[in-house]
Design a protein around this ligand. Structure first.
Ligand SMILES: [Zn+2]
Length: 256
């Protein structure tokens, strides 16, 4: 194809895209309403998001009443440290971000991924340089087959693209198809996922002695991430950090 032809095709495609946006404009990731722009978030949407940007408790990413700098730890973590080493979250899970996360998780909308991965890369800026592998929380293969995608793997790949950190999307596997954690208490959640994860035999050599950053969309009580951490430590991971898109910050939002 000549370069002229190439450009003609390109501009024709761009033209079609803007026509499609005009006829069927983007739906906002937050409100679901259609707007005229070609980005999944309008500036107004963006301003409504509650960015944590890696601040808060260094161990669980919970926002703190007062910021004590890098060494800050919340009361709960001071009393009992999480299984993993450190955690970072990009945004708070609230009424505002809920829609965007549901669109990603249940509708498989990928158009917000680049922005979300970018926020995660920013939130994890101090733990990513020391990370050997980004590993997503896995779905059971039956659920993966029926849904067709794993949103945590998409986010891990997105962060990998943004930062050059390596992603090992099949590092962990889910042995049991555990029921959804929604509506369970913290104790029930722990029992639900206990022993549900393992490092794939073919990946053990890479995990041993490495620093892993676990990736998930939402950090709720942390029981799933703790079960994944346990499996990674069993396989010899030297350090396990956590990086999530959103962190539940209020008791009332634990129903997800
Ligand atoms: Zn904490």
């Amino acid at each position: 194809m000549s370069s002229d032809m190439h450009w003609t095709t390109r501009s024709a495609r761009a033209g079609l895209r803007s026509l499609a946006n005009f006829v069927w404009p983007q739906r906002s990731l937050l409100t679901g309403e259609r707007h005229g722009g070609d980005a999944p978030l309008t500036p107004e949407d963006f301003a409504k998001l509650n960015f944590l940007n890696g601040s808060g408790c260094r161990d669980c990413a919970m926002p703190l009443e007062m910021d004590h700098g890098e060494a800050s730890q919340c009361g709960a973590c001071a009393a009992k440290s999480p299984k993993w080493d450190q955690a970072r979250a990009a945004i708070a899970y609230d009424e505002i971000s809920r829609q965007a996360i549901l669109e990603l998780k249940h509708a498989g909308r990928r158009d917000g991924l680049k922005a979300m991965s970018n926020w995660m890369a920013m939130a994890g800026r101090d733990i990513l340089p020391e990370t050997d592998w980004l590993i997503p929380v896995p779905l059971h293969y039956q659920r993966l087959a029926s849904r067709g995608f794993n949103q945590a793997a998409w986010l891990a790949q997105g962060v990998a693209r943004q930062t050059g950190t390596l992603a090992l999307v099949d590092g962990l596997s889910r042995k049991r198809n555990t029921p959804s954690q929604g509506g369970l208490t913290a104790r029930q959640r722990r029992r639900n996922v206990a022993g549900a994860f393992e490092v794939r035999a073919s990946r053990q050599g890479r995990i041993k002695g490495s620093t892993v950053t676990l990736v998930d969309d939402v950090l709720t009580t942390g029981s799933t991430l703790a079960a994944c951490t346990k499996a990674l430590r069993k396989a010899g991971a030297a350090r396990v950090n956590v990086l999530v898109l959103a962190r539940v910050v209020r008791e009332a939002d634990l129903t997800i």
